[in-house]
Structure formats: C-alpha cells, structure tokens
Write a protein that binds this ligand. Structure first.
Ligand SMILES: Nc1ncnc2c1ncn2[C@@H]1O[C@H](COP(=O)(O)OP(=O)(O)OP(=O)(O)O)[C@@H](O)[C@H]1O
Ligand SMILES: O=C(O)[C@H](O)CO
Length: 383
C-alpha cells in the first residue's frame, strides 16, 4: 500500500454526486479547488463516477462522451427533454433521465401509474444513432412497471382481455391478458445491451422491487401488494409468450432493479446484468486513471450501510485496493464506523459535517465547505 505523503502525489478524484447538493462534476471541482489552496501544483485528475442510477449520463459526458438530447415521455407521459451519451458506437442510456424520481412534478409520487415508456424511447434513439453496445444504466426510478412501458415503446404489445393496451404503470399489470414481443425493434437482436444496475434484487417477493424500493417511490403497503402481484402476473403472462426463461429471469440478480425494468431488459432486450459501478468504471476509463494515481478520493452524499452494498465508493475502493492504491472518501454525512470503512478499503472519510455540524447548512453551502474539506485532505496527505 502506498502510504507516502508529500509533494509527488497524483490525486484521482473518482466520487459520485452528493444527491440533493452537488453533482459528481461539482464534487470533483470543489475538492480540486481545496487541494490546490494548500498544494497549488498538485496533479489532479477528475473522473466523476456513477453507478447506473441518476448522474450516469453526466459521468459519461464528463469522460468525453457526446450528450444527445431529445424529447421523450416522462414517467407520467408528459414530454420532457432527456439525454443519452454516445461515443463511437457505444451509447450510455440512463433510465432515470426519462423515468427517474426527479422527473415527477415536484413533490408528487405516482407509484402505480408511472411508466418507463420514455426509457424505451431513449433506447430507440440510441439504436437510431447507430449504437452497437448500449450500457443501460438503471436506478433512481419513479416506476415499478417491470419495464413494460419501455418494451411497449420498442414495439411490444401488452393487451387486456378485450384486446386493448393495458394502461401505463405497474398498478395496471394485473389486467394483462396477453403479451406479444414479436414486434420488438429487430435491431435489438444485433446490439449488446449491458444492464448496469445499482442493485441486484429479484423481481418480486420479500427482496423484490416493490417491497424494497416501492416505499421510496411513495408506495403505501397496499400499493406494494398491488405492485408485487402485478409484477408476478406480468412474469406469468410473459412465460406464456416466451417460455420458461421468463420465470428464470424473474429471480435473476438485477431483475428487480428500477422497479423491475431490469427484468424487462433481461427478457426483452437480451441484456446481460453487471453491477453498475463496475460497468461504469470500465466505460469511464477508470483503470488507466488509477494506474497513474498515487491517492484516490472517492465519495457520495451519504456514506452508510447502502454504500457498502455495491455503491460507487465501494466499487472505486475495491478496484483501488486491488491496485494497491490508497483511498480516502469525502461525503456530506458519515454513518459508518472506521472499521467498516477499513473493510471497504477506505482509509479515512471526511464528512462535511466535521466542518459544519448543521446539516442544512452543509447542504445549502456544500460547495465552499467541500473546498475546506479539500484543504484538510491536502494538509493530511499532500504537504
Ligand atoms: N451537502 C451535504 N451535506 C450533508 N449531507 C448531504 C449532503 N448532500 C447530500 N447529503 C446526504 O446524502 C443523501 C444522499 O445520499 P447519496 O448522495 O449517497 O445518494 P443515494 O440516496 O445513496 O443515491 P445514489 O444511489 O443515487 O447515490 C441526502 O439525502 C443527504 O442525507
Ligand atoms: O430505482 C430503484 O428502484 C432503485 O434505485 C433500485 O434500482
């Protein structure tokens, strides 16, 4: 382990956003500014990271991808402007861009009616742009529709007993009588789709999408029961359409990501599942940047139990540890003891709340406080 202090450090800042206060790009900028106040000539490389959830397109753009914007359906069907990222024939499509919680009208939830249709429109645009590999980042969704909306946007048909399309949203999946995937965009069969997922939950059951992530989308216990039964019915109807693989996919890791869009991607897009942060580190060119670095700074808004379960800082720390590089973290709030950080490969964490105990000020003035944190890190490691 490189524990050298001093002038010849080359710092790699590979942090996720502080959700609600700073984007990942801003985190890197503020930490850099703080480091440079103390060590003006320190070499710093910024590589903002994301785990497949919201911020994934921004991270790809920061790494040199081109941002492509278009109008698609938001979770409630209203038109919004969303983006995907393209470099050569690789597209990074982030479902939260079209169907994320942040796309709902302020303060509202729609656990039963929100749809992933717009995510399917983004995928179609990536195909139109000539993508041969699509990294499909999922997480941070407003939806629990099993990806039915997404598949419908790509040509699938989901009909009720009267032969009418079922209404959008997971709350209507119970009305489904037939599913027909034969109209799916034929280009999908010659494209590699990688499901870059922020979680590895199955579709339904105690660890399934509605039970674990429904409440953060505003689902009441009754809604969770409706959604869980709806997704189970969706899988049963798909089994009739495409055979027993449909049931296998329902218990596959990542099927329950982003309200079951993981399941829709496995069944309808031929996607292969990978933990989102691992995929994104590959896409962003983390390995060569890591090789050049002597000190890695990772982080996210809240370093907590969830962080240890495959979130961006855990992925960065694991990769850095494998390369024998020292890792520290910045965060808004810290809810992990030093031993847990150590087990994750993080030597020390610097929360904003160490500098400003008032959390609301930490959020409102996150940028300047993070610069002060950068200064502290430079004092501890760079001089
Ligand atoms: N500047 C800040 N100061 C203190 N706490 C903050 C600050 N910014 C964010 N947080 C805390 O971090 C939480 C967000 O956590 P985080 O950024 O790790 O995202 P997340 O909810 O884990 O989702 P994701 O998986 O997308 O990263 C906020 O709800 C808040 O509690
Ligand atoms: O979108 C969601 O449901 C969560 O981020 C888990 O994928």
């Amino acid at each position: 382990m490189n524990r050298s202090r001093g002038r010849n450090q080359r710092v790699l800042i590979a942090a996720d956003k502080f959700k609600g206060s700073l984007t990942a790009v801003q985190v890197a900028e503020r930490v850099t500014a703080g480091l440079r106040r103390v060590a003006p000539r320190v070499e710093v490389e910024a590589l903002p990271v994301a785990d497949g959830g919201d911020g994934t397109v921004d991270a790809a753009v920061a790494a040199g991808f081109e941002r492509r914007e278009l109008r698609v359906a938001g979770p409630l069907g209203h038109e919004i402007t969303a983006a995907f990222a393209l470099r050569d024939d690789t597209a990074v499509v982030e479902m939260a861009e079209a169907s994320g919680l942040q796309r709902l009208p302020a303060g509202s939830f729609a656990p039963l009616t929100s749809s992933t249709y717009g995510s399917g429109e983004l995928l179609r645009a990536a195909l139109d742009a000539g993508a041969r590999t699509i990294v499909f980042g999922v997480g941070g969704s407003a939806t629990t529709d099993g990806g039915a909306g997404m598949l419908a946007a790509l040509g699938a048909r989901f009909l009720d007993e009267d032969g009418e399309p079922v209404p959008p949203g997971g709350g209507s999946l119970g009305q489904l009588a037939t599913a027909d995937l034969s109209g799916l965009d034929p280009r999908l069969s010659s494209v590699d789709v990688v499901l870059a997922s922020d979680v590895d939950n199955p579709l339904t059951g105690p660890k399934g999408a509605p039970t674990v992530y429904g409440p953060q989308k505003g689902a009441s216990p009754d809604d969770v029961a409706v959604l869980d039964a709806g997704l189970a019915h969706f899988a049963a109807v798909l089994e009739k359409a495409i055979g027993s693989k449909a049931a296998e996919y329902a218990v596959a890791p990542g099927a329950g990501a982003a309200g079951g869009i993981g399941y829709g991607a496995l069944v309808g897009l031929g996607a292969s599942f990978r933990p989102g942060i691992e995929v994104m580190l590959d896409v962003l060119g983390f390995a060569p940047a890591l090789e050049r670095a002597t000190l890695v700074i990772t982080g996210e808004g809240s370093l907590d139990e969830q962080t240890l379960h495959g979130k961006a800082p855990a992925g960065v720390a694991a990769a850095a540890r494998a390369a024998d590089k020292e890792v520290i973290a910045v965060c808004g709030r810290l809810a992990l003891p030093p031993e847990a950080l150590g087990r994750a490969g993080i030597r020390r964490a610097y929360p904003l709340t160490d500098i400003e105990p008032d959390v609301s000020r930490c959020i409102a003035e996150a940028g300047p406080i993070l610069e002060d944190v950068g200064e502290r890190i430079a004092q501890d490691f760079l001089i």
